[in-house]
Design a protein around this ligand. Structure first.
Ligand code: MN
Ligand code: MN
Length: 469
């Protein structure tokens, strides 16, 4: 190909200035693979709308790919693949490296819980001849977005004696769905004067589930009783059993292509199943890594990572320590030598709301995986600020493997802020950096990502897993 003659200024521009390119320009050959990769991702989104369902889906995949349940105290040979499910809500998978484990792990961590409406312990009530469910929202949602859309109910009931019964209603074509109602515009003037964040208040997120009374006019709360009777017939539960249940209302629609060009995906739960899926695919394809690779799909990120299935808990670090123990390796040494990609979605620049962003330091849809040095709020409060050396290490690996990447931070300074699990890993003396797929409408019932970015996330995790340093 004949190269155009550049003027000295153009040469300087090319040599000195940096202009991140869209994946479509930087790696046009990857477009087809991205479309193909995202078919599997969309299936995962449809099959795993809760952390429990996502975990079950991942476990099936890991078993198909030859992973074995982790057995503490075992000295696994290089290339061996193990996994562990933590309380049915999150999962860890590892491939043993050829190097001694004391030389460190390569960790890819994402989360598989997403914002939603959880049922309260005593949810069912009747009012205005209707049966409704009280909810308590989970994670940072914009409440007004959750009214007047079809919702599905997913969850578990526990029976006396400890049996857990899974159920889901609203996903199959023939299923009924549910919804939160909103006021008609004709009567909405007073509500319209509320601030947007109060457009719908927490106690107004009530889910409509029935309208038929039990055929006995003497009975009290006839619609509630009829609904309870249906639930009893179908699941064998009584009202008290809601207390020992975990039921989540999630959008009932499936993942769809977006755009005339089908370059994007609209779906519930991209945050952060998108990085979770990409990291898991990179993990299952890892054959004989130099360093032991560990993929962690965590729970409870959206509510602060507390508890036995969150990253502030010990489950990941106990797993790592037990892997070390199997090789009689010192875990402190192994942690210090480890590196972690803390994967979570990035805020993509939204041209409709441009004033919330600082364009030079925003992630854009379609420009690849986002490398995020720090998160936090105000003066970088509550962040793991990755050292320059670690950023350098990562972008070298991405460049060497032709992974299209960009950088970005979460909106303008002092516009808001947020955090990820990165600090909970870094606090254990493990070098950690944030990375993730940019998302539009983050935390909305219908979030948007670019297929090229999803594919580049997978390529990034794969490059990190295969790295020799
Ligand atoms: Mn997230
Ligand atoms: Mn989130």
């Amino acid at each position: 190909m004949k190269k155009k003659d550049l003027t000295p200024t153009q040469k300087l521009e090319q040599e000195l200035l940096y202009q991140p390119k869209a994946a479509a320009d930087a790696a046009p050959e990857a477009a087809e693979a991205a479309q193909e990769f995202c078919k599997g991702y969309m299936e995962f989104l449809n099959e795993g709308k809760t952390e429990r369902e996502a975990t079950a889906w991942c476990e099936q995949l890991l078993l198909q790919k030859g992973y074995q349940p982790f057995c503490p105290g075992t000295n696994y040979p290089a290339g061996f693949k193990v996994y562990m499910v933590n309380r049915g809500k999150n999962i860890l998978a590892a491939t043993i490296g050829s190097q001694p484990i004391e030389q460190g792990f390569h960790l890819n961590i994402a989360h598989i819980d997403s914002p939603r409406l959880d049922l309260k312990p005593m949810p069912l009530y009747e009012d205005g001849e209707l049966a409704l469910l009280k909810t308590h929202y989970y994670g940072g949602i914009r409440k007004y977005q959750w009214a007047a859309i079809p919702l599905a109910l997913h969850g578990v009931f526990c029976r006396p004696g400890g049996e857990t019964v899974r159920f889901s209603v609203g996903e199959d074509e023939g299923d009924p769905v549910f919804c939160v109602t909103d006021l008609l515009p004709h009567l909405g003037a007073e509500q319209g004067d509320r601030k947007l964040n109060d457009g719908l208040k927490g106690e107004e997120l009530n889910i409509l589930v029935g309208g038929t009374p039990i055929p006995d006019e003497e009975a009290k709360e006839r619609v509630k009783l009829f609904t309870m009777q249906l639930l009893h017939e179908k699941y064998g539960i009584v009202e008290k059993d809601f207390i020992r249940a975990e039921i989540e209302a999630v959008p009932a629609f499936k993942a769809r292509d977006i755009g005339f060009d089908r370059s994007m995906i609209g779906a519930y739960g991209h945050d952060d199943r998108v990085d979770g899926y990409a990291a898991l695919m990179a993990e299952v394809e890892c054959k004989a890594p130099h360093y032991t690779t560990v993929c962690v799909l965590a729970d409870k990120e959206e509510v602060g990572s507390d508890g036995v299935t969150g990253l502030q808990g010990d489950f990941t670090f106990h797993f790592l320590r037990q892997l070390c123990a199997g090789q009689n390796a010192d875990w402190i040494t192994a942690f210090r030598a480890s590196k972690c990609l803390s994967a979570d979605v990035a805020a993509a620049f939204d041209p409709t709301f441009a004033s919330a962003y600082e364009k030079r330091n925003s992630a854009f849809l379609g420009k690849g995986i986002t490398v995020i040095k720090y998160t936090g709020a105000r003066g970088k409060s509550g962040t793991n600020d990755a050292p320059a050396e670690l950023v350098s290490y990562l972008v070298d690996i991405l460049d060497e493997n032709k992974v299209v990447w960009q950088t970005g931070e979460l909106g303008k300074v002092d516009q808001g802020g947020g955090g990820t699990v990165a600090k909970f890993v870094a606090n254990r003396n493990i070098d950690t950096i944030d990375i993730g797929v940019p998302v539009l409408s983050m935390h909305a019932p219908f979030e948007v990502v670019s297929k090229n970015d999803v594919y580049m996330a997978y390529r990034a995790f794969k490059a990190f897993n295969e790295a020799l340093r």
